[in-house]
Design a protein around this ligand. Structure first.
Ligand code: GLP
Length: 259
């Protein structure tokens, strides 16, 4: 795992945006995996800036989101489809038909999940996956206890995640849907490069497990330790519980200097 400790979310965003520009440069029809939540927002701003500067186009790209609530009304502003369209897709030249989200309103949810996996396969898989992490170590909506080999499926959200996400539903955890569709851990692991973003002290325990803990379904993000190409981008508070933080700083400095 490549661990990068930077001053703030803006610095994280620049690193992600540079990676997207590089990817688009060698593969214009690249496939990007998009995450919702507050963690990727600075990265989206930076990518949009590079897009406006003419450095990256999404015209031939495809995008896949990680997850979706089940049962929100059509056009609900907090559905992840609406969120990702607002925060990112509508700000670049990605054709709307190239934005794919699990369908949390489908009559047959199991089938919707299988079709989502098929669509990802047909697109050739995800080249670059942007990820956040929940305070309990979940990625996408793979809550503690998720199978490390899981595929896209329906999950029940934990009370903790519903509390964490209540801020998007007038502060009321009761209004947060109880179920979701989410890419599985096995699905996410197939992305060729994963960039995970975390800021703030609240994420430090999850980050400690992710980077230095034992691999366990109880901290689902730890499965990423098996992935050959993961970049973990942290600010100081999020990195504050890492035992080897000095080593990560030194390694990154060496890399920036071309060592
Ligand atoms: C939700 C999303 C995750 C996201 C997590 C953290 O549960 N399903 O994909 O990583 O929230 O969100 P935030 O970045 O706002 O802390």
């Amino acid at each position: 795992m490549e661990v990068v400790i930077v001053p703030d979310a803006a610095a994280q965003g620049e690193i992600v945006a540079d990676a997207v520009v590089r990817l688009a440069g060698c593969k214009p029809d690249f496939v990007i995996g998009l995450a919702t939540g507050s963690s990727p927002l600075a990265a989206y701003d930076a990518i949009v800036e590079h897009h406006r500067a003419g450095k990256v186009s999404f015209a031939a790209a495809q995008a896949f989101t990680l997850d979706e609530y089940v049962g929100l009304t059509e056009g609900h502003p907090e559905s992840y489809h609406a969120v990702i369209e607002r925060d990112f897709a509508s700000r670049v030249d990605l054709p709307l038909t190239s934005l794919h989200c699990p369908d949390g309103r489908a009559d047959d949810l199991e089938r919707a999940c299988a079709e989502y996996e098929d669509a990802m396969r047909r697109a050739g898989g995800v080249d670059l996956q942007i990820l956040g992490i929940g305070t309990d170590g979940h990625i996408a909506f793979n809550e503690p206890g998720s199978s490390l080999a899981s595929r896209t499926r329906m999950k029940t959200l934990t009370a903790q995640t519903r509390r964490d996400n209540a801020r998007f539903f007038d502060g009321l955890a009761d209004r947060v849907p109880r179920h979701c569709l989410t890419q599985g851990l096995g699905t996410i692991m197939e992305a060729r490069h994963i960039m995970l973003l975390a800021t703030g002290e609240g994420k430090s325990e999850a980050v400690r497990h992710l980077v230095e803990g034992a691999v366990s379904a109880m901290w689902p993000a730890t499965v990423l330790q098996f992935h050959p190409r993961v970049t973990v981008l942290l600010d100081e508070p999020a990195a504050s519980k890492l035992r080897l933080s000095d080593y990560y700083r030194e390694a990154w400095e060496g890399k920036s200097l071309g060592a």
